[in-house]
Design a protein around this ligand. Structure first.
Ligand SMILES: Nc1ncnc2c1ncn2[C@@H]1O[C@H](COP(=O)(O)OP(=O)(O)OP(=O)(O)O)[C@@H](O)[C@H]1O
Length: 555
């Protein structure tokens, strides 16, 4: 059984007692009883067919009582890994009786909260049910304009019980009907009121402002600063601008909003006025499977991330690597030119977080958009826009290109696609590569001459050296993945293959069936002697790859 299963199974013994006996009795042959775990809710027993596909299970979950858990917004995690192949069945992923399947919903369950201050001002905001009370306190402080030295200065009371900072909103307010009393520890008066199904908190703050202060400067150091490993690295101007405007927002006391989407902690940073989002901060300790993940995912037991061949805590490095390696078609980024695939400016930073502490993570420029590719059919997307993302994903062997990770923006009279969320690119193996665009018609069109020229200019060795210069020495396996995927992209483009042709070589059809690129690598491993140099190994791969591509073309 998986470690995640073991981790969460013991508390389930209590839950087991609550499972109706009729469900416990062994079901039809090939059926298994699993427990669906979601943050803030008791695990739900579910009987599944071993041959049921992941896609079918997501539809079943959608039909359950949980409102809004649309199949496309669900992530299912078992044994520390995402079940990302929709066509694979649950037995392929090794699920068995009594196992725990974790569900992360990318569109969260939102609770509406209204705050009313003493002078009659009302602030309405939305809090994700999976957020903690501590987060609610920070929101209260930020939105009411009050500065509170520590979370301890706020006391939230429900039914005469003081709430703990790490309690989930959903636990304290499961129906959105609870009345929460807020007390400021320095003399303050509180009034609460119930407006329909919304919780209204009236905060009556003391006049003595000196009671309520926060030292957001963290002892004089910058609120946001880039982490620079190599002093010779010149920070890109777009990154400097982003850090400047993010700092201005924090200096003015505007705390970020936590995104309701995503499987890790994702925070929208505000500008100087607090009105606009200017950047997105993703702290490394809140990544999926990391210690402080706010979405209820279990801790990784062996350090491997949600996708095979990635490591928890390296998501920020991978996000930055995608930006650094997104070379402009001509010119260089230091003169402000955007990269070929349009990855938003991204940097590794140390950032003052939620008015409490400094955290390290990736900071990415916020891109105004009207949704993601998940929200609309792909037909309207320009071929060039889809293919620029395909080139990036193939090069970086992206293991997480679902439609929610491509933002849709208006650029003049046409649609522009912006790739985000590169925390699972450059994995150490190809096993989990997934490209949503594989099924889009634009991916079946040939590359344009301009794109072929760009692909021709790519050089994996230069890319590996560039990342090293920026402070990230790729592991031997990730470097090999980058070399092999760049090789495949170049050979495929020279032969006139489409993004779909090349992408299909890299992605598994089902979780059990190895992709063609994995087969090519295995053939090369069998062909070389132990201790062979990487150069010779890559030459062997090159020959085998030529053979595969040419025989596919001639058949
Ligand atoms: N640069 C950006 N500009 C605008 N919105 C963004 C940006 N980055 C992230 N977002 C928004 O935040 C949401 C969550 O971000 P992201 O997908 O990067 O998080 P994640 O935890 O890695 O999620 P996932 O579950 O998709 O892996 C996105 O769906 C998008 O709506």
């Amino acid at each position: 059984m998986s470690s995640a299963g073991v981790d969460t199974l013991s508390p389930l013994l209590d839950q087991l007692a609550l499972v109706p006996q009729c469900q416990l009795r062994s079901g039809p042959p090939d059926s298994i009883l699993i427990f669906l775990a979601m943050p803030g809710m008791p695990p739900v027993p579910m009987r599944l067919q071993g041959s049921e596909s992941i896609a079918a299970i997501k539809l079943r979950i959608q039909r359950l009582k949980f409102k809004g858990f649309v199949a496309t917004k669900q992530r299912l995690v078992f044994g520390g890994h995402e079940l990302s192949h929709g066509r694979s069945c649950i037995r392929d992923y090794g699920l068995d009786d009594g196992n725990v399947l974790h569900l992360v919903v990318r569109l969260a369950d939102i609770r509406a909260i209204t705050i009313e201050t003493t002078d009659g001002k009302r602030f309405r905001f939305q809090v994700e049910s999976g957020c903690k009370v501590g987060y609610l306190k920070n929101k209260l402080a930020a939105q009411t304009g009050e500065q509170l030295t520590t979370l301890k200065e706020q006391k939230l009371v429900l039914d005469e019980e003081e709430l703990e900072d790490d309690q989930l909103i959903t636990d304290i307010d499961s129906k959105g009907e609870a009345v929460i009393n807020l007390f400021i520890r320095h003399p303050a008066k509180v009034a609460t009121q119930q407006l329909e199904r919304e919780t209204v908190v009236t905060v009556i703050t003391p006049n003595q402002k000196e009671n309520l202060q926060i030292d957001a400067s963290g002892g004089g150091s910058a609120l946001v600063e880039p982490i620079i490993v190599n002093r010779k690295v010149k920070i890109f101007p777009a990154v400097m601008d982003m850090i400047g405007i993010t700092t201005a927002g924090l200096e003015n006391g505007f705390l970020p909003d936590m995104s309701t989407e995503g499987s890790g902690g994702v925070y929208f940073m505000k500008d100087h006025s607090g009105q606009s989002n200017v950047a997105v901060f993703k702290p490394i300790d809140e990544e999926p499977m990391a210690e402080n993940n706010p979405r209820g995912l279990p801790l990784s037991v062996d350090g491997e991330g949600l996708k095979r061949g990635t490591r928890v805590g390296e998501g920020a490095l991978r996000e930055v690597a995608a930006y650094v390696l997104d070379h402009p078609i001509d010119g260089c980024k230091s003169d402000g030119t955007a990269g070929f695939s349009g990855v938003p400016p991204t940097a590794l930073v140390r950032c003052f977080h939620m008015g409490k502490e400094f955290k390290i993570g990736s900071l990415q420029m916020f891109v105004s958009n009207f949704g993601s590719c998940e929200d609309m059919g792909p037909r309207a997307f320009p071929v060039k826009e889809v293919q620029k993302i395909a080139v990036l994903d193939i090069r970086l062997a992206n293991a997480d290109r679902h439609a929610g990770n491509i933002l849709v923006c208006q650029d003049g009279d046409h649609l522009k696609l912006v790739p985000i969320d590169h925390g699972y690119c450059l994995p150490e193996k190809f096993e989990d590569c997934t490209f949503e665009w594989l099924y889009w018609p634009q991916a079946r069109e040939p590359f344009s001459a301009e794109t072929v020229a760009y692909i021709r200019s790519l050089d994996a060795e230069e890319d590996i050296a560039l990342l090293k210069f920026h402070g990230w020495e790729l592991s031997h396996q990730s470097a090999r993945v980058l070399r092999v995927s760049t090789m495949l992209l170049k050979k495929g483009a020279e032969r006139g293959l489409t993004p779909c042709d090349i992408g299909s070589i890299m992605c598994r059809e089902t979780v059990k069936k190895e992709s063609e690129i994995e087969v090519i690598i295995e053939e090369a491993e069998d062909a070389v002697l132990p201790g062979t140099s990487e150069k010779t190994f890559l030459e062997t791969i090159s020959e085998i790859m030529d053979h595969h591509l040419d025989s596919a073309l001639s058949s």
